[in-house]
Design a binder for this molecule. Structure first.
Ligand code: SF4
Length: 461
């Protein structure tokens, strides 16, 4: 029998890219390719790239160069670069990594099986149907208890620092019915947490239904039997409506968590960024969210060193952060990206000033985060166990207040094997660190056969 052609997909960048990569895995499998995560043994390596910021461009080119070595060593027959970096700088990719055999921009992913076949002589007859969405059929690559659900592609906003609309085009929402069907299928497969993503989740539906439909979508998804947490990422601040807050608050399955990238607090800088809102509007929104869901964890990101940001603007931002006491906060140093309006703005902030502001804002948040974490000491939290370290016997877990891969973790001591990975149970917080919590098992242990123990009651899976 002929040996199967093995393909590997390397996903770089954000969860939106990951969903695209999962789609590519699905199409490759449907068309008869074998899948592998062992890059040394792959006949074809597909690299889904990120080209959002200069730092990402550099990192992605390095990664492509590293993988190109496998081709030079004769281990892999084909190297295919796809995604944002390719759409943004196709010539650069070919120039820096000449070993790349083929480049496919955003929106051309369906051609991956055809190219993999050409590069390996694989007899691909007719590429199988790709389904109604660019995400179907997917092979989920996240741990089995959570999955991302990409509800729209592209973005209608005009943030002056951002290349995404130029790369990914205008927003294209997926129909509600298809999303609900996909979500049910995922939950049927054992997924307990669904994470809604898009460039701007709050604008979901405007292109398709003529109005924002995120509240309706959330309300449909939150009622899926077997779903434990529904999490919302990438909400645009001025578009978080009262209706959305009401829907979130009325469903227990909606995680008490929201990610709203505010990007700045000063109206001058927000205007220069091409973004709506100001600090007053933002603080009213935060108040409303906390009134409706007192335990909600609010995550945000800010950009420091945007052109024209003076000491006064930055002080405004620091004060805003001190007052709002965000539960989670990420900081980006402004990166002037060719092709964006902000690249040409006057009064660019020197790098060393931007760096200083970056560290200062993080230091302010570190203290806020520690204070906030201390309020959890003594509380019982339901968590999902994600990793177990055999050397220390410590589990890394996550409650509804933490999103995977971007927030801190709950470290839980006191278990003797990895048998709880993917399960939910209650733990009691015993110590706060600036970003993580330390906890121990909150459930009573029952002696069984003198040596074994088991979790009671809240062990759901
Ligand atoms: S909302 Fe702004 S920052 Fe986000 S993807 Fe759209 S244009 Fe870029």
């Amino acid at each position: 029998m002929k040996k199967p052609v093995k393909c590997a997909v390397v996903s770089l960048g954000c969860p939106k890219n990951l969903v695209d990569s999962e789609g590519m895995l699905g199409w490759l499998a449907q068309n008869g390719f074998a899948l592998t995560t062992d890059l040394e043994r792959a006949d074809v390596i597909v690299v889904n790239t990120c080209g959002f910021l200069k730092a990402a461009v550099d990192e992605n080119l390095q990664e492509l160069k590293r993988l190109a070595k496998l081709k030079k060593q004769g281990k892999c027959k084909g190297l295919i670069a796809v995604g944002c970096l390719v759409s943004r700088f196709p010539e650069l990719v070919k120039q820096v990594v000449p070993e790349v055999d083929a480049c496919l921009g955003v929106g051309e992913y369906h051609r991956v099986p055809e190219l993999a076949a050409q590069l390996t002589g694989f007899p691909l007859s007719v590429p199988k149907s790709l389904g109604e969405s660019p995400c179907a059929p997917r092979i989920i690559s996240t741990p089995h208890w959570y999955a991302y659900l990409k509800i729209a592609e592209g973005c209608d906003r005009t943030c002056t620092f951002c290349v995404i609309p130029a790369i990914r085009g205008k927003q294209k929402s997926r129909p509600i019915e298809g999303l609900v069907a996909e979500a049910k299928e995922l939950v049927g497969q054992g997924v307990k947490e669904l994470i809604l993503i898009a460039q701007d989740t709050t604008r979901y539906g405007v292109d398709l239904y003529g109005k924002p439909m995120l509240p309706e979508l959330v309300s449909r998804l939150a009622r899926i039997d077997g779903l434990k947490w529904l999490r919302l990422l990438y909400c645009y601040p001025t578009a978080v409506s009262d209706r959305l807050i009401e829907v979130m608050a009325s469903h227990e399955t909606v995680a008490r968590y929201i990610d709203i990238p505010f990007q700045h607090s000063h109206p001058d800088i927000l205007r220069a960024m091409g973004r709506g809102g100001d600090d007053e509007l933002f603080s009213r929104l935060i108040e409303k969210l906390r009134a409706a869901m007192p335990d909600i964890a609010i995550r945000t990101t800010f950009i420091v060193g945007f052109p024209g940001e003076t000491e006064r603007h930055f002080e405004h931002l620091l004060n805003f952060v001190r007052e709002m006491k965000f539960d989670r906060l990420g900081v980006f140093a402004f990166s002037p990206e060719p092709g964006t309006p902000a690249f040409h703005l006057p009064n660019q902030v020197p790098n060393e000033v931007t760096r200083e502001r970056y560290h200062l804002l993080l230091a302010v948040q570190r203290e806020i985060s520690l204070q906030r974490n201390r309020t959890f000491v003594g509380r019982t939290l339901e968590v999902v166990f994600e990793r177990w370290d055999p050397r220390t016997g410590v589990y890394e877990a996550r409650s509804q207040y933490e999103a995977p891969e971007i927030d801190g973790v709950v470290k839980v001591k006191g278990w003797m094997n990895d048998g709880l990975v993917g399960k939910f149970a209650n733990v009691r917080v015993i110590k706060a660190l600036p970003y993580d919590l330390i906890a121990k098992f909150a459930v009573e242990r029952r002696r069984k056969n003198d040596r074994q123990f088991e979790l009671r009651a809240t062990d759901r899976v």
